[in-house]
Design a protein around this ligand. Structure first.
Ligand SMILES: Nc1ncnc2c1ncn2[C@@H]1O[C@H](COP(=O)(O)OP(=O)(O)OP(=O)(O)O)[C@@H](O)[C@H]1O
Length: 259
């Protein structure tokens, strides 16, 4: 299949088997679709459908059994160690229940990837430059006032936004999010979604987000892929209504309990 010019990620006939036995169902079975630059793309499906495996293919944490994953024009399987390192530098990652260093301030948690990258590349980004990038991204996620706090002093939603700041601080063109809001309530979920929408609008980041929450897909995503037992069921464009607000906790309770 020809590469779509604006595709930032392309899956071509991807099959992934974790075990060699042919009668074991594949974790991913002949998946083909692409994600365009600047999209916010959702991946939905029941537990075990293959969502996390699909995401792990993008940064080369998992290799496909067959098929090709192309990220920013590069076939991930053909990258050498250096190429893979460069690819991973271009990809921010946020998981559910973000892990922050507990005895380190918010500022230093967010600065960590810059320090590690500078060390790995042997470059000398000055502490002041790093600090400026950290201050900018903390302001971007609305947590400038928390810079000198420790993770234990933050709410769950704030910790998740620190995780987002840490993932975005080096300006990656692509952000992968695995269930970024699953442990949050409606109002803190809204804060996290605003950061993701802003990352696309203001930083031009392409965002791929796995979520069980269809409300999140509805307010945030342009398109979403539904996986079913390792197969791609359909890629949906998300209907854009004028009103893209996330239901409040009260509205969710009312909808679930009264209908
Ligand atoms: N490292 C692994 N070794 C063996 N099997 C695995 C491995 N990782 C995933 N699988 C299997 O692959 C299938 C897809 O798993 P995956 O974690 O991608 O699903 P998921 O849709 O992300 O599920 P969840 O929503 O529960 O996180 C499952 O059957 C799972 O057991």
């Amino acid at each position: 299949m020809a590469t779509v010019p604006s595709a930032i990620v392309q899956f071509d006939s991807i099959t992934k088997r974790f075990r060699a036995e042919r009668d074991e169902p594949a974790a991913l079975d002949d998946i083909t679709f692409s994600i365009s630059e600047g999209e916010i793309f959702g991946i939905v499906g029941e537990s075990g459908a293959g969502k996390s495996t699909l995401l792990e293919l993008v940064n080369g944490l998992t290799a496909p059994t067959s098929g090709t994953v192309t990220v920013r024009g590069a076939d991930v399987a053909r990258l050498d160690r250096r190429g893979l390192r460069a690819l991973r530098r271009d990809i921010g990652v946020v998981f559910q229940g973000v892990h922050l260093l507990s005895n380190t301030t918010v500022r230093d948690n967010v600065r960590l990837p810059l320090r590690l990258a500078a060390r790995a590349e042997g470059t000398r980004t000055s502490r002041r430059e790093q600090q400026r990038a950290v201050d900018e991204i903390l302001a971007f996620v609305g947590l400038a006032h928390r810079a000198d706090h420790f993770p234990a002093q933050l709410s769950g939603g704030e910790r998740q936004r620190v995780g987002l700041a840490r993932a975005l601080v080096s300006g990656p063109p692509l952000l992968l999010c695995d269930e970024p809001t699953s442990s949050l309530d409606a109002s803190t979920t809204g804060d996290v979604l605003r950061v993701l929408a802003d990352a696309r609008e203001k930083l031009g980041t392409t965002v791929i987000v796995i979520t069980h929450d269809l409300d999140v897909v509805k307010v945030l995503c342009d398109r979403a892929a539904l996986l079913e037992k390792g197969r791609l069921r359909e890629v949906f464009p998300i209907a854009r209504s004028g009103d893209r607000h996330l239901p409040s906790y009260y509205e969710q309770v009312k909808r679930e309990l009264m209908s």
